[in-house]
Design a protein around this ligand. Structure first.
Ligand SMILES: Nc1ncnc2c1ncn2[C@@H]1O[C@H](COP(=O)(O)OP(=O)(O)O)[C@@H](O)[C@H]1O
Ligand SMILES: [Mg+2]
Length: 372
């Protein structure tokens, strides 16, 4: 557990970057600091590994005062990831990943072979280890940065806008991979971002900071969306927050049996199974939905992949209400396709019925939420 208690940082020019900030980052969870540019996020993060010394207050990790520890030793025990990966340009990728273990005296052969394992762990081909950072894409460099931070297997990781410098598609991939990795590794992570969507996606707890380094709200993501503490937080969350909050709400969704045809069936059979609107759901031999077809628009042949209209999104039976609503709204037939854990068809849902479920629910409160 990382604990900041009444931490203040005033720079020599008089700027108060962080003002009397108190925050707890629980073990094995991702705590995100989010806020506009200049609100003191980087300063706060760097006070945890003492790259910046606080003017007042205390920082402890597992009860140990970091100010009483040797700064260099402290830093080697904390993974640190920054924008662009922060790699040494004149070292190979694997040498970059092995940097801290080598510094700690690990034998070179061991460190390099471990580096290759880590590259694989973060989703890179270990063969890339021989290249130099400039020979990798931005997204690959960012993965190397994560691998390097993990190399000494530190229990704590600090991440400063780790995914900001890459394009949106790659960013989403990196975020998904990062969540998968955290599911396996369970590090205690403090991450900084200016992107509220990233904060909500990745954070177990999210601290929204305002300029001057003060916490506007510290809560779990769904609580933030459902109950922003004030106008600043609500503005910062932006549009669609009622809809986005549904991404965290689950309830059982009324399901309907949906007539189906198998891929490869005759168009005539498909026409006989189609609903009043002419659409029929096509499945494969394991009952996995393949898409919707409208037999009236097809010739006399069989229903194959080319017969399918672009389908809607799929929802899971145990998934969030937002996914169920979206499945219905995005389906060409307006019947939302719901699948089980194996991806097999469970039934279809209707937008009005999902809305009725939502209407019947109270807005969620958060008894288990974080407190500063
Ligand atoms: N070395 C410094 N000297 C003076 N002011 C600084 C220094 N570093 C950052 N600041 C100021 O402190 C404030 C917070 O900066 P920073 O922690 O980098 O914010 P963020 O990471 O949220 O963008 C800003 O007003 C910034 O200009
Ligand atoms: Mg910053």
């Amino acid at each position: 557990m990382i604990r900041l208690d009444g931490v203040t940082k005033q720079y020599p020019d008089g700027t108060v970057a962080v003002d009397d900030l108190s925050l707890t980052a629980p073990d094995r969870a991702i705590t995100v600091l989010v806020g506009p540019s200049g609100c003191g996020k980087t300063t706060t993060l760097r006070m945890i590994n003492r790259m910046i010394e606080p003017t007042a207050g205390s920082v402890t990790i597992d009860g140990q005062d970091v100010l009483a520890m040797d700064a260099a030793q402290l830093r080697r025990g904390i993974g640190y990831v920054i924008q662009h990966g922060g790699l040494f340009p004149h070292h190979t990728v694997e040498r970059n990943v092995a940097a801290v273990p080598l510094l700690l005296g690990t034998a070179k052969k061991t460190a390099i072979s471990r580096a290759r394992e880590l590259l694989e762990l973060v989703g890179l081909d270990p063969a890339l280890g021989r290249r130099y950072p400039s020979q990798l894409s931005g997204g690959q460099q960012q993965r190397v940065g994560v691998a390097r931070a993990l190399a000494a297997d530190p229990p704590v990781m600090l991440m400063d806008e780790p995914f900001s410098a890459v394009d949106p598609v790659v960013r989403e991939q990196l975020q998904d991979e990062f969540l998968r990795l955290q599911g396996e590794l369970g590090k205690t992570i403090v991450m900084v971002t200016h992107d509220i969507d990233e904060a909500i996606k990745l954070g177990d707890h999210v601290a929204v900071l305002r300029v001057g380094g003060r916490i506007a709200q510290l809560a779990r993501p769904h609580e933030l969306l459902a109950h922003p503490a004030d106008g600043f937080v609500a503005d910062f969350l932006g549009r669609d927050r009622g809809y986005r909050a549904l991404g965290f709400e689950r309830a059982s969704i009324p399901l309907h049996d949906e007539p189906t045809v198998a891929l490869g069936s005759g168009v005539g059979d498909a026409a006989a199974r189609a609903g009043n609107d002419g659409w029929v759901l096509v499945i494969d031999d394991r009952r996995r939905p393949q898409g919707w077809a409208r037999p009236a628009d097809l010739g006399d042949g069989v229903v194959d992949k080319t017969s399918l209209a672009l389908g809607g999104t799929l929802a899971r039976v145990d998934g969030p209400l937002r996914a169920a609503l979206d499945a219905a709204l995005s389906s060409p037939s307006r019947r939302g396709v719901v699948v089980d854990g194996d991806g097999a068809l469970a039934g279809t849902c209707r937008a009005t019925e999902v809305l009725s479920v939502i209407e019947a629910q109270e807005r969620p409160h958060d008894p288990g939420g974080a407190t500063p």
